[in-house]
Design a protein around this ligand. Structure first.
Ligand code: 6PG
Length: 474
C-alpha cells in the first residue's frame, strides 16, 4: 500500500491549499475531512497536481501515513482543535507528530503540547501566514514544538514555504507554544501596520484633499521605496477599485466598521501580562473597536470640533510617508520587544533576527523593511530595542519634523490618528531624560503608602504624608 509522507485533516480553503502545496512539491499527502465530500472534491479537482491519498475515516487516514506520522490539522482554533486532537491522538504512537496550523492561542498550544508529550506524541503548534494564496504558493511558517519534531518536519515545511533570496521563510521558532506566540505577535504587528496605513489614507484624503484613486497612486509610488510591502501594495489596489454597482470608489461603499478574529487582541492582552508597552498594537485594536461602536458614534456625531478641512501643505504626502515609516519602526520595535519578553518568560530562546528573516516573504506583513530588521539583529543580537539600530535611528531622526507635523495637523483638523500619535509618544517617552512617572510614584505613596525608590540612594522609601512628612525607609 502506498503511504503518504504527511497528512492534512481539515480541508477548508487553508487546509486544502496547504495539501495542494505539499503535493505540488512531490510529497504524497493523505487528505481527510469531517465531511468526506470535501475530500472527494479536492481529489477530483486537483488530483493531477500530485499524489493525494484520500481517507474517509480517521483510522484510514492514520493508516496511510508513513512513520513517524506527520499529521497536520487545519481546523478552527479553540474547541474544534481539541475535538480533532481527541479523535486522532488515540490512533497515534509515540514519536508521531500532530501539527496544528491554525491560529491557536499559544497558551492552548502549551497545554496541548504538555498533554501529548506525556503520551510520547509531539505537538507542533505552527503559525502559518499568507492567507489562501500563501498556503498554496508559499507561506511563512512558524513551527514551535520540540527540536526533534523539527528534524522530521522542518525539511518538508521549508520545502513548501516562501523563499527570499533562496532562504526559506520557515525555521524552528522554539519549544511548545513559541510558534503560535510569534504568529500572534505577527498578527498584532499586522494590525498596527494596517492601522497606520489607514491613518495615512485618511490624512491624505482629508488633510491633503486627495481622492481615493489619487491616493492609490501615492501608495503605488511609496511601494517602490523603503515602504515596499504587501500591505502597501494591496492598499493601492483597494483604493483604486471602483464599485460596479454605484460607480463610486469601493472604499466609500464599504461599511466603516472593522472586524477582528482575536489575534490582535491576544497580542495586547499578553503584552499587558508581560508588562510590555505595545501602544501601537493596542491603538490598532481599539481603533477597530471604536469603529464598530455604531451607537456610540451616532450619539457623538454632533460633538463640537473642527470640520475636517485640508491642511494647505503641498508637501504633506511626503510628510505622511515619513510619519508612516517612523511609526512603523515603532510598531515593529514594540512587537519584537514582546517576542523577546515572551521568550524570556517561557524559556524559548527565540532568535529575533531569524523571525525577521522568515517574515520577509510569504506572510501578510512581508516587506523590504524586514531585511533591515534582520540586519539590525545581526549587528547586535541582544539590542534592547530596534529604535537604536543605526539605520532606524537615522530614519527616525530624519522623520522628526514631518512626524510631529503630521500628528499636530491631524489633531488640529480633527482627523483621528491614534497610531501615529501613540508611536510618537512612545518614541518621546523612551528618549526622555525624566518621565512624570516620578510624580505618579509620589501620588501612590501619598494615598497608599506604596513606597518609592530614590535617584540618589538604594532602597525603598515612604514619606509620612499624614504626619510631619519625614521620610522613612521601608
Ligand atoms: C495571516 C493573517 C491571518 C488572519 C487574518 C485575519 O497571517 O495570514 O494574519 O492569520 O487571521 O488576516 O485577521 P483578523 O480577522 O483578526 O483581522
Amino acid at each position: 500500500m502506498e503511504t503518504a509522507r504527511i497528512g492534512v485533516t481539515g480541508l477548508a480553503v487553508m487546509g486544502r491549499n496547504l495539501a495542494r502545496n505539499l503535493a505540488r512539491h512531490g510529497h504524497p499527502v493523505a487528505v481527510h475531512n469531517r465531511t468526506a465530500a470535501r475530500t472527494k472534491a479536492l481529489v477530483e479537482e486537483f488530483g493531477g497536481e500530485g499524489t493525494f491519498l484520500p481517507a474517509e475515516t480517521a483510522e484510514q487516514f492514520v493508516a496511510s501515513l508513513e512513520r513517524p506520522r506527520r499529521l497536520v490539522i487545519m481546523v478552527k482554533a479553540g474547541a474544534p482543535t481539541d475535538a480533532v486532537i481527541d479523535e486522532f491522538a488515540p490512533l497515534l504512537e509515540p514519536g508521531d507528530m500532530i501539527v496544528d496550523g491554525g491560529n491557536a492561542h499559544f497558551a492552548d498550544t502549551r497545554r496541548r503540547e504538555a498533554a501529548l508529550r506525556e503520551r510520547g506524541i509531539h505537538f507542533v503548534g505552527t503559525g502559518i501566514s499568507g492567507g489562501e494564496e500563501g498556503a498554496l504558493h508559499g507561506p511563512s511558517i512558524m513551527p514551535g514544538g520540540s527540536a526533534e519534531s523539527y528534524e522530521a518536519l522542518g525539511p518538508l515545511l521549508e520545502d513548501i514555504a516562501a523563499k527570499v533570496d533562496g532562504t526559506p521563510c520557515c525555521t524552528h521558532v522554539g519549544p511548545d507554544g513559541a510558534g503560535h506566540f510569534v504568529k500572534m505577535v505577527h498578527n498584532g504587528i499586522e494590525y498596527s501596520d494596517m492601522q497606520l496605513i489607514a491613518e495615512s489614507y485618511d490624512l491624505l484624503r482629508h488633510a491633503a484633499g486627495l481622492a481615493p484613486a489619487e491616493i492609490a497612486e501615492v501608495f503605488r509610488t511609496w511601494n517602490t521605496g523603503r515602504l515596499e510591502s504587501y500591505l502597501i501594495e494591496i492598499t493601492a489596489e483597494v483604493l483604486a477599485h471602483t464599485d460596479a454597482a454605484t460607480g463610486k470608489p469601493f472604499v466609500d461603499v464599504v461599511l466603516d466598521q472593522a472586524e477582528q478574529k482575536g489575534t490582535g487582541r491576544w497580542t495586547v492582552q499578553t503584552a499587558l501580562d508581560l508588562g510590555v508597552p505595545v501602544g501601537g498594537i493596542a491603538e490598532a485594536v481599539f481603533a477597530r473597536s471604536v469603529s464598530g461602536h455604531a451607537d456610540l458614534r451616532e450619539a457623538s456625531r454632533n460633538l463640537p470640533g473642527p470640520a475636517r478641512g485640508t491642511a494647505d501643505d503641498a508637501g504633506f504626502a511626503d510628510k505622511v510617508e515619513k510619519a508612516l515609516y517612523a511609526s512603523k519602526i515603532v510598531a515593529y520595535a514594540q512587537g519584537f520587544h514582546e517576542i523577546q519578553a515572551g521568550s524570556a518568560e517561557y524559556g524559548w530562546d527565540i532568535d529575533s533576527g531569524a523571525m525577521a528573516t522568515i517574515w520577509r516573504g510569504g506572510c501578510i506583513i512581508r516587506a523590504r523593511f524586514l531585511d533591515r530588521i534582520r540586519a539590525a539583529y545581526e549587528a547586535d543580537p541582544s539590542t534592547p530595542t530596534l529604535l537604536t539600530d543605526d539605520h532606524f535611528a537615522e530614519a527616525l531622526g530624519d522623520a522628526q519634523d514631518a512626524w510631529r507635523d503630521v500628528v499636530a495637523t491631524a489633531a488640529r483638523i480633527g482627523v483621528p490618528a491614534p497610531g501615529f500619535a501613540t508611536a510618537l509618544a512612545y518614541y518621546d517617552s523612551l528618549r526622555a531624560d525624566r518621565l512624570p512617572a516620578a510624580l505618579t510614584q509620589g501620588q501612590r505613596d501619598f494615598f497608599g503608602a506604596h513606597t518609592y525608590r530614590r535617584v540618589d540612594r538604594d532602597g525603598s522609601f515612604h514619606t509620612l504624608w499624614g504626619g510631619d512628612r519625614t521620610e522613612v525607609t521601608s
